[in-house]
Design a protein around this ligand. Structure first.
Ligand code: RB5
Length: 155
């Protein structure tokens, strides 16, 4: 199991705000610490690039993990993946969440609050948090290749 002492960064725009609040309660229940980086309301629009960039920088700097929630999960994933060291995965069920950890070593989980209900989002978050990166050489080789691409292209 992922070390529950490790703090999970949480971020959302206005569309993901309610889901973020649900996920916070769920993380409290299952014993994970988190830091809420906003949005803090759904009453005013919040531009997802700002939240996603802030979260991604914190995850990269701390070598940690984060969960981003917007309408579809797509915009925040696009932004987060611009940050060096970030492997953000937009997951839509437990399987994709588990595989994004086991095969891709994702460190940011993105969830679309307008396409995934809170019950499934909690299952997705749990699967993602509890899955370790594979020890299989082929997965490690492929992730290393991603990191080499990043080193070459993002100078
Ligand atoms: C906001 O309307 C919406 O565009 C945003 O939450 C997200 O889905 C973008 O990818």
């Amino acid at each position: 199991m992922y070390m529950q002492q490790t703090k999970i960064f949480l971020g959302a725009d206005h569309a993901g705000f309610r889901l973020k609040e649900e996920i916070k309660k769920y993380l409290d229940n299952i014993g994970y610490k988190y830091e809420d980086l906003g949005a803090y309301t759904d009453k005013t629009p919040c531009d997802y690039p700002e939240t996603a960039l802030n979260l991604a920088k914190k995850v990269a700097k701390s070598n940690g993990k984060g969960i981003l929630m917007c309408g579809t999960g797509t915009g925040e994933a696009i932004v987060a993946n611009k940050v060096k060291g970030i492997k953000a995965a937009n997951c839509f069920n437990e399987y994709t969440a588990k595989m994004s950890r086991e095969h891709n070593n994702s460190n940011v989980l993105c969830i679309g609050a307008r396409v995934i209900d809170a019950g499934n989002a909690k299952k997705i978050a749990k699967a993602w948090l509890e899955t370790e990166f594979s020890k299989e050489p082929r997965h490690r080789r492929r992730v290393k290749q991603i990191e080499n691409i990043e080193k070459t292209l993002c100078k």
